[in-house]
Ligand binder design. Structure first.
Ligand code: NAP
Length: 314
């Protein structure tokens, strides 16, 4: 039979690493399972300026490398594996990976959420080089530049307004002739003189050699393609994509209570509706998805898991 851990943490982004750190410091045996590279979304960020106490020239990878080292120092185990199934009922939870099966008394789900991509040519190559999915993280880099914001939901419209605090001009591009965002949010955006809206249009391509230099839009009614170039004095511009997020909760459908969008519902202690199962970070329903809130969630989840194990099994 495989080793019985106190806690298994699924996902090694900031939430999962913080949970591992707190679990190991509390002398629990902890296993962190990650299918990809450590760090989650933040490792795609070239500069992290909003994490309190961060060092100068902090990048996503440098912050994550220190988190990993700190988590290891306290003895949390890590394994690279893809979870294919979970059995979360009962006192012993089972996490099945492609090549092995792990058991624990508690599970912390920290699988994160991914911004939905546009899927157009140039998007992937220019991510972090002008294409961004996070205004809070990257707006500052575009101070006095022009930016495009893509999407028509609450996030796109709110973030477009946030971007006007930095950018010279914000062009909001929406694929329909009417925004999805709440009317109250729309009204504020319509009054904002720095925001221009291009309706019924989708992004056909993002172009640039090393940095975004232009964006090609396709009018969905006429099929006409229009290329918008960065101002020649700027040389570059931002393309912020806000077309929704995809929570990584496919494994937990029908096993844990999710909201309509697929995010895990927790209470303030990160408890899900299943005893001994917690969720932390971007995967749970919350209002601010940032490293600082993810690590806080991870710490809370680990402390609660420790209390649960102490009360139930000792
Ligand atoms: P969302 O509501 O799902 O909106 C996504 C937007 O992106 C929609 O306008 C959609 O267009 C567009 N879109 C989707 N795929 C696209 C594609 N491939 N190309 C171009 N456009 C595409 O996502 P969200 O704005 O991130 O909001 C998520 C949830 O959080 C919502 O429930 C929202 O109400 C909530 N939220 C609330 C607040 C607030 O209350 N202050 C703030 C932020 C988010 P269509 O409209 O044509 O489908």
């Amino acid at each position: 039979m495989s080793k019985l851990y106190d806690v298994i943490i699924i996902g090694a982004g900031p939430a999962g690493l913080a949970a591992g750190l707190y679990a190991a410091r509390a002398k629990m045996s902890a296993l962190i399972i990650e299918k990809d590279r450590n760090g989650g979304q933040i490792v795609t960020t070239d500069e992290v300026a909003n994490y309190p106490g961060g060092v100068e020239e902090e990048t996503g990878p440098s912050l994550i490398a220190r988190m990993v080292a700190q988590t290891e120092e306290f003895g949390a185990e890590r394994v690279k594996a893809t979870v294919v199934d979970v059995n979360l009922e009962g006192d012993i939870k089972v996490v099945k990976c492609e090549e092995a099966e792990y058991q624990a008394r508690a599970v912390i789900i920290a699988t994160g959420a991914s911004p939905r991509k546009l899927g157009c040519p140039g998007e992937q190559e220019l991510t972090g080089k002008g294409v961004s999915y996070c205004a809070t993280c990257d707006a500052d880099f575009f101070t006095d530049f022009e930016v495009f914001a893509i999407g028509g939901g609450d996030t796109a419209v709110e973030e477009a307004m946030f971007l006007t605090k930095f950018a010279r001009k914000v062009t909001l591009v929406h694929r329909r002739g009417e925004l999805r965002a709440a009317k109250s949010i729309q009204e504020k955006a319509f009054k904002n003189e720095k925001i221009e809206i291009i309706w019924n249009s989708e992004v056909a391509e993002v172009k640039g050699d090393g940095m975004v230099e232009s964006i090609v839009l396709r009018n969905r009614e006429t099929g006409e393609l229009t290329e918008h170039h960065a101002h020649e004095d700027d040389g570059t511009m931002g393309v912020f994509v806000f077309v929704g997020y995809i929570p990584q909760t496919g494994l937990f459908t029908d096993k844990i209570e999710l909201d309509k969008a697929g995010y895990i519902l927790t209470d303030v202690d990160m408890k899900t509706n299943v005893e001994g199962v917690y969720a932390a970070g971007d995967v749970r329903q919350k209002t601010l998805r940032q490293v600082v809130t993810a690590v806080a969630d991870g710490a809370i989840a680990a402390v609660q898991a420790e209390k649960y194990i102490d009360n139930k099994f000792h």
